[in-house]
Design a protein around this ligand. Structure first.
Ligand code: RB5
Length: 167
């Protein structure tokens, strides 16, 4: 049994994971992998592949977990990964990366410091899904000019917000 908890770039504190019905099968596979890797994980639902649920509600659960513990990371899985990434990236401080290949997963860590991995349970198979998760867990952020660009994203988002109206 291997552990990734001492690898650079991974805060072993917590992985929060959630899915909708379309992501449930792949979530089961990912949960097993995280257990094998001894990565602490909190499963925030859903609990079934047969009962249709609304992915935004499950995406927001992981967003809330990450915002409460900024050093932790999250994994979201829906059918394509699109819905979950759209939801998650609405929230400041969330850098959700939809990855269907290992290279993107690695670069999402090195350059984007992705704190949320999104997978499409109807797009990729279990073996590729596991390799993507492994790569994402083990790859550190490079910082430097990439941190400047992340700061810029947050700054631009702040500037784009309409001023709060006072009465
Ligand atoms: C559910 O049918 C599906 O729409 C959802 O899992 C996801 O792919 C949405 O983007």
């Amino acid at each position: 049994m291997s552990s990734v908890s001492s690898k650079p770039g991974l805060d072993p504190e917590l992985i929060a994971i959630a899915c909708d019905h379309a992501g449930h099968g792949l979530k089961t596979v990912v949960l097993k992998l995280l257990q094998e890797l001894q990565v602490p994980v909190t499963d925030l639902g859903c609990a079934s592949a047969t009962e249709s649920v609304h992915y935004p509600l499950y995406g927001k659960k992981v967003v809330d977990a990450l915002l409460a513990r900024p050093q932790s990371r999250g994994i979201l899985i829906c059918g394509t990964g699109l819905g979950m990434s759209i939801v998650a990236n609405r929230f400041s401080g969330i850098r959700a990366a939809l990855c269907h290949d290992i290279y993107t997963a690695i670069l999402s860590r090195r350059h984007n410091d992705s704190n949320l991995l999104v997978l499409g349970g109807r797009i990729i198979g279990p073996d590729l899904g596991k390799e993507i998760v492994r790569a994402w867990l083990q790859t550190p952020f490079e910082g430097g000019r990439h941190q400047e660009r992340l700061n810029l994203i947050e700054q631009l988002a702040r500037e784009a917000r309409p001023p709060v109206e006072t009465t």
